[in-house]
Design a protein around this ligand. Structure first.
Ligand code: AMP
Length: 534
């Protein structure tokens, strides 16, 4: 068992196995089975080609052999920061096949995040493209390697420069020891609320169940053509997109941009039936659809989640796109929920979905920790067959994030309706949800405090029409007030994902405090900025 992983107590593990939620089939073995069952069906389409399930399994075998003889071993952690291309899928399953553990990074992550990922997971290798979206990931690898002695190997898709070519590793398949379905398969980044992101260790058994349950709740079958146009490295895109589609024998269409100009063409070209969008992208689709020359009639469902979808926008989705709107919610820690064709229109507009497993346990509690009446607002606590019992190497943090009886404190305020649907009402966690990308306020505050002109800072989310929320840094200056552009440059130089750079900066004389001296973010949130200092 991977060190630092918090297993489920035996009685729960046994129950989940008996009830068939955990089927004891490692993910790489499931892929082998798909390669036989759906052999000639198209598994993946990307910008460069199409692969059948048999092709895909074959490629995975070649790369598994290559990665293994290169020296990647069972339980080794490997950071994967690839764009939405077939190689993402091949590398992920090749690592799983040799017992190694992919750690997924997003294309937007930069030095600070990758160094943290490497240090926190002791990763031995880092897989990147040469250049993607006009950004040279080899430069990023160079900077990262100057700051950590972890990533001994950098594998590059494309021109490797001084590093190792990923493609050159491909070799004749060999056999590998079977993987343990109860052990950790992947490490996912949590949205997080503390200084730096925590990792969520998902086992083959639990993560695979999450994909299967999603496929079932979404009624996927061999005719499903699911397009992933958001980054694949998120739990949502990996479970609802990749795993659910493969489980059903459907086709995964990989798009490199969710912009309607690009995505609509893929919908028409590949007859896409399903996709997942965040509300900001959904708005762009709804606005552009009336002018689209592409045929979007293959779409059956557009699933929207990641951050709260406003009812006004929700109402526009079906008429504009000519398909059903299903809302969804989820978290890297596990619990996820979807809507189905059986839900009526008003439910699909006003609620966010129903947990996918009958074994998902939901508690909604008041600030004092007491359960509230059904339908009342409270914090969502959850446990179940695919919700983790602790963060990877979580230590003390686990004491705050999980109850003693194993419920994960999500930090989300919800209402649990009598019909089982969950309605998101807000958050108690100090996190900003910027169009689905999560920003831990404390992480950015710590980075900004290193700027010589910043004496104190508080980062809060403020309403934004497109993103749902954007970030505003309230700064108390030491002397001369720092300008927004200067702070943005400073954060860029430290190498942080662009989505974490404050959208607005407001300089104030003092941060408001609560009676016990904590920064009063509620007051800051309610006083929307008059103007940025840029
Ligand atoms: P992540 O682990 O990055 O997927 O973030 C999980 C968090 O995203 C949840 O705990 C919620 O705060 C938020 N979230 C996910 N889906 C929704 C949704 N449909 N509406 C509101 N918030 C959501």
């Amino acid at each position: 068992m991977l060190d630092g992983f918090e297993p489920w107590p035996d009685e729960f593990a046994q129950k989940y196995r008996e009830l068939g939620y955990w089927n004891g089939e490692p993910l790489d073995a499931a892929m082998r089975r798909y390669g036989l069952t759906f052999a000639n069906a198209t598994a993946v389409i990307d910008r460069f080609g199409e692969w059948t399930y048999a092709d895909l399994d074959h490629e995975i075998d070649h790369y598994a052999a290559g990665l293994s003889s290169f020296g990647i071993k069972d339980r080794d952690r490997v950071i994967v920061q690839l764009p939405n291309r077939v190689e993402f899928v091949v590398v992920m399953f090749a690592l799983l096949r040799i017992g190694a553990i992919p750690v997924f990074a997003l294309p937007a992550h930069r030095t600070t995040e990758i160094v943290h990922f490497a240090e926190c997971t002791d990763a031995v290798a880092y897989v990147i493209p040469d250049v993607a979206d006009e950004f040279d990931y080899r430069d990023l690898a160079r900077t990262v390697r100057n700051q950590t002695d972890k990533l001994a190997n950098v594998l590059v898709l494309g021109d490797p420069a001084e590093f190792t070519s990923l493609e050159s590793l491909r070799q004749e398949p060999t056999s590998h020891a079977p993987t343990d379905p109860g052990d950790v398969a992947v490490l996912l980044m949590s949205g997080g609320t503390t200084g730096l992101p925590k990792f969520v260790a998902r086992t083959h058994d639990d993560w695979s169940y999450s994909g299967r349950a999603t496929a079932e709740s979404s009624s996927y079958d061999t005719t499903t053509r699911h397009m992933v146009c958001l980054p694949l490295g998120h739990n949502w895109t990996l479970t609802h997109g990749l795993m659910a589609t493969f489980h059903a024998g459907g086709t995964l269409v990989l798009g490199e941009s969710p912009d309607p100009g690009t995505a609509f063409k893929l919908v028409e070209k590949h007859g896409v039936t399903d996709t997942g969008l965040v509300p900001g992208i959904a708005l762009a689709w709804v606005e552009m659809a009336p002018y689209a020359t592409e045929d979007l009639s293959s779409l059956r469902r557009v699933v929207i989640g990641g951050t709260k979808l406003a009812a006004e926008l929700a109402r526009r989705v079906e008429p504009a796109l000519g398909c059903q709107l299903h809302q969804a919610f989820g978290m890297a820690e596990g619990l996820c929920g979807f809507q189905s064709g059986d839900d009526d229109l008003e439910t699909r507009i006003n609620a966010q979905g129903r947990p996918v497993s009958p074994a998902d346990e939901i508690r909604v509690v008041s600030e004092a920790g007491d359960e509230v009446a059904r339908g009342e607002v409270g914090q969502l606590l959850t446990r179940g067959p695919y919700t983790v019992r602790g963060y990877y190497r979580g230590g003390q943090h686990n004491v705050n994030s999980f109850t003693t009886d194993g419920f994960y404190r999500t930090g989300d305020l919800i209402r649990h309706l009598p019909n089982g649907q969950v309605v998101f009402e807000g958050r108690v966690k100090d996190q900003i949800n910027r169009g689905g990308e999560k920003i831990a306020a404390e992480e950015v505050e710590n980075l900004l405090l290193a700027h010589p002109a910043v004496l104190e800072v508080a980062l809060v989310g403020i309403a934004d029409e497109v993103l749902g929320e954007c970030s505003c840094a309230y700064v108390v200056a030491r002397d001369d007030a720092p300008r927004q552009a200067e702070l943005a440059r400073f954060l860029n130089e430290q190498g942080v994902a662009a989505f974490k750079i404050p959208d607005l900066v407001r300089v104030i004389d003092a941060l408001p405090r609560t009676a016990i001296g904590k920064v009063d973010k509620k007051t800051l949130r309610s006083s929307a900025p008059e103007k940025a200092t840029a």
